[in-house]
Design a protein around this ligand. Structure first.
Ligand code: GNR
Ligand code: NI
Length: 189
């Protein structure tokens, strides 16, 4: 397992249209493992393979819902003072060669972020629900109706497979403001 480098704008590789997986082999399993490790390390809820520079139609998602039954746990991770929070119940999901079917006519607005556009958040409108067909690591086909954050997230990830970033859904004015802000944050860092 390894954490891989996440590509950031304006890296032109993020504009690649990714190609379908044809070989369901050990190399694919290693890619998926590394993608999960990279995503968890970056505190993301989803990751497309192109974000680690691999132009294949592979997505990982973990919305990490809080486990309501779990005991709060002690945490001293962030520089000293101890506090408690609910531990996260991991719910890793793998989507290979995913396709979106029947996007709803009704739209939902969600404030999105992207690991490839760090520290920028903006409202994006997308179909509220959709059906998704995909393959797992064994090549078995699955079909499921998605709603809520999962519908939003999988559509954000599907965009990556077409070389599209969430900021491309914004008006030119808002997109330029976001890119200027990113430039400024980078200079300050
Ligand atoms: O971590 C992420 N959060 C997020 C929030 C709202 C909508 C989509 C996302 S996906 C993003 C991780 C990422 O960049 N995936 O491509
Ligand atoms: Ni993203």
């Amino acid at each position: 397992m390894a954490i891989r480098e996440i590509l950031e704008v304006p890296d032109s590789r993020l504009k690649t249209v990714s190609t379908p997986v044809e070989k369901f082999d050990d190399e694919l399993k290693v890619l998926v493992e590394d993608m999960f490790e990279t995503m968890y390390d970056a505190n993301g809820i989803g990751l497309a393979a192109i974000q680690v520079g691999v132009p294949l139609r592979v997505l990982v998602i973990d919305l990490q819902p809080e486990d309501p039954d779990a005991e709060p746990e002690e945490c001293t991770a962030h520089g000293g003072h101890s506090h408690t929070h609910q531990p996260l119940k991991k719910e890793p999901r793998i989507f290979i060669n995913p396709e979106i079917l029947d996007p709803a006519d009704e739209f939902n607005v969600y404030q999105e972020g992207c690991l490839s556009v760090p520290d920028i958040y903006a409202d994006v409108e997308r179909p509220k629900t959709c059906r998704v067909r995909w393959k797992d690591l064994e090549g078995t086909v699955h079909l499921e109706e998605m709603e809520g954050l999962m519908a939003t997230c999988i559509q954000h990830e599907m965009d990556h497979l077409e070389g599209i970033l969430f900021i491309e859904h914004l008006s030119r004015l808002k997109r330029n403001m976001a890119l200027k802000k990113l430039e400024k944050l980078r200079k300050a860092a």
